[in-house]
Design a protein around this ligand. Structure first.
Ligand code: CUK
Ligand code: CUA
Length: 647
């Protein structure tokens, strides 16, 4: 006990201080608390490793998918304090997302064939890169259920763009930046016809397709460029997780698949169910494609056909240009993760106990020598698996995803084991298992610090667990998920902390060193954050006015502690009311909110921001409007009246 406590005291106080402070006094108080709360010495060490005092800052910031919430969760490491939810595919009232006109326009970009989609199944966030290293500028995330990508600006943590994939009907292999963020890879999941017509399932092999969309991205302004983007047609194997090559393999993309059986189910006719029929083969295919070459080819009309406005490169064109290959991989694989130098490609097959490490130089040699082991039914060359492999290693049951550690050059890698509920540390060069730690329970993705970039930072791994079961106070049959923080600085992994995630199933998370992020605290006065430009409704102090144009009433208003100007607005029943409101504050964190009671509008006005709220005054009456953020001692007084009279 004594040695543990002195270790602990030195951890808390630092060695120099420790010499001058009587450790016994601290130890006495500490022992009292430990006894009262039933804490072990190990608990106290874990607490000291994660506890962040008031006003303290975290070393890393994590962006986690919010799963079915269609949002993103932001939290700090090692404190595991949740900092923010970013509204992405789903209306979010606090931020006024979906309740003011400019955010409605962002959400409307995500309409599919004219239909508003108000939820999303977010899976894979990705951070923008410069030369493969995170640059802290942009964040993207995919929606599996409604194949879409969204772009979030890390200058203000707001969603700026949603893009719909017009040929896929579902996707899972997005979103993955290429090393200079000029392109984003997004792979299909469930194969379906590219067009929007009915095709009977009997035509599966002929008309159903998978594929990978290569979106162009402008990293200067942070926008996807749909017109400069294209899709690589692929067989109706269920394409899955992907990764972009870097370093040695720059220019190439890697995408897993399952159901190379092309099984189409059919329990009603006495066939085995999907899950059985889709995993009959021992191997599926890793898709290897030269997106860089195909991007150049896509600029020539001869090489593409256009479907729903999207340029599609047919398989035959990709094959004829030596830009699409298949390599057998253990069946029903999950993660594919390229090493920081682009030389090793680690794949885990969830139904196989092994990790398979492919070597790019070996693959490249087979490609350069046109050395094929055969062709698939669509004429795509198949490369020999053994000749492409660096090696395989048995990790445990249900290996899913991989993340690299700081010592990646010497082979440091971590893999999640879904069935075994463990994280395993191993070496992808020597193919040796080094350590395992139990997690609670059933880990999906794992997240090491910048662990998929060209410069992994080490220190921690987070285990993104699918089940929490008994880890927290019970809150009904639907449990939160559990993110567990693991210290990887020592030889042995050390599980430090459990954090409930109460927002949805966070499949994947990405972590960035906090010092790379420099978000604004205020906007230039009158900014429309959704466009970054001056808002048409920008109103400065003294410019407040009410303008009627026909049956439209425009209110140019301002908010500043503790006053809304104008204080009264009178309109006729049936008028369309447009509030343009500017927050005149310059002080940090002086947000005002604004709503008109009973009209289902809400704006969150950060300092300098202008918002537009629009509704039809369809009911006669007196409707108070007020500031919804407790912004000062006179916050309650920050109000006014909308008078709606029947003319
Ligand atoms: S997936 Cu969920 S655990 Cu959508 Cu990346 Cu592997
Ligand atoms: Cu402004 Cu409350």
């Amino acid at each position: 006990m004594a040695t543990h406590l002195s270790k602990l005291t030195s951890l808390i106080l630092g060695t120099s201080l420790m010499a001058t402070v009587a450790s016994a006094a601290i130890g006495g108080e500490l022992q009292k608390v430990m006894k009262a709360r039933g804490l072990t010495e190990n608990d106290i060490i874990h607490a000291a490793k994660t506890y962040t005092p008031s006003g303290g800052r975290d070393e890393f910031i994590v962006f986690s998918s919010g799963g079915q919430s269609g949002q993103i969760i932001v939290y700090g490491v090692p404190s595991m304090k949740i900092l923010k939810y970013i509204a992405v595919f789903t209306p979010e009232p606090w931020q006024g997302y979906g309740y003011d006109e400019d955010s409605k326009k962002i959400l409307a970009q995500g309409k599919i064939r004219g239909k508003s989609i108000t939820w999303g199944d977010t899976h894979h966030p990705a951070l923008s890169e410069t030369k493969g290293v995170y640059d802290g500028k942009w964040l993207i995330i995919n929606d599996k259920a409604n194949p879409r990508l969204a772009v979030i600006d890390l200058n203000d943590f707001e969603t700026k763009q949603i893009v719909v994939n017009p040929v896929f009907k579902s996707e899972h292999g997005g979103s993955f930046f290429t090393p200079n963020s000029k392109h984003i890879l997004e792979a299909c999941q469930y194969a379906a016809p590219y067009d929007n017509n009915y095709h009977p399932i009997e035509e599966y092999k002929e008309t159903y397709r998978g594929g990978v969309t290569v979106w162009s991205f402008d990293p200067k302004i942070g926008r996807i460029k749909p017109k400069d983007s294209f899709t690589i047609e692929m067989p109706p194997y269920m394409q899955d997780l992907s990764d972009a090559g870097k370093g040695a393999s720059f220019g190439w993309g890697f995408t897993n698949s399952f159901n190379t059986e092309m099984y189409t189910g059919g329990i009603e006719v006495g066939m085995p169910p999907f899950e059985a029929g889709m995993s009959r083969n021992d191997t599926d295919f890793l898709h290897v494609y030269n997106w860089k070459k195909l991007y150049q080819l896509s600029k020539n009309k001869k090489n593409v056909k256009v479907v729903n406005g999207m340029k599609v490169i047919p398989m035959s064109v990709a094959v004829a240009n030596n830009a699409l290959f298949l390599i057998p991989e253990p069946k029903s694989p999950h993660g594919v993760d390229v090493s920081p130098d682009g030389e090793y490609i680690t794949i885990c097959g969830k139904l196989d106990t092994h990790a398979s490490v492919f070597k790019w130089s070996k693959i490249k040699k087979l490609i350069d020598n046109h050395e094929y082991a055969g062709k698939d039914p669509y004429g795509i060359p198949i490369l020999d698996m053994k000749k492409s492999l660096h090696g395989q290693v048995e990790l445990g049951l249900g290996p899913l995803h991989n993340q690299y550690g700081k010592d990646w050059k010497n082979g440091e890698i971590y893999t999640s084991l879904y069935v075994d509920s463990q994280i395993v540390k191993w070496n992808y060069k020597t193919l040796k298992v080094l350590d395992k730690v139990n997690v609670h329970y059933n880990v999906g993705h794992l997240c090491s610090m910048e662990g998929k970039s060209a410069d992994p930072q080490g220190e921690y791994v987070i285990s993104l667990n699918k089940l929490a079961i008994d880890r927290f106070n019970p809150v009904g049959p639907l449990h939160p998920q559990n993110h567990q923080l693991i210290d990887i600085r020592g030889k042995k992994m050390d599980l430090l902390y459990d954090m409930p995630i109460p927002l949805g199933e966070p499949h994947q998370a990405v972590a960035i060193r906090a010092s790379k992020l420099h978000p604004e605290v205020r906007y230039k006065m009158g900014t429309n954050p959704k466009t970054g430009k001056m808002h048409v409704g920008k109103t400065l102090a003294g410019q407040e006015k009410i303008v009627r144009k026909g049956n439209k009433v425009y209110i140019y208003g301002t908010l500043v502690r503790s006053h809304i100007n104008p204080e009264r607005v009178t309109v006729n029943k049936g008028d369309t009311v447009i509030f343009y409101l500017t927050n005149l504050e310059r002080a940090e964190d002086e947000t005002h909110g604004f709503t008109v009671d009973n009209y289902n509008v809400h704006g969150s006005l950060e300092p300098g921001e202008t918002v537009e709220l629009k509704f039809k005054a369809d009911r006669e009456g007196v409707f108070p409007y007020y500031c919804t953020e407790f912004c000062s001692a006179l916050h309650l007084e920050m109000m006014g009246y909308l008078m709606v009279k029947d003319p």
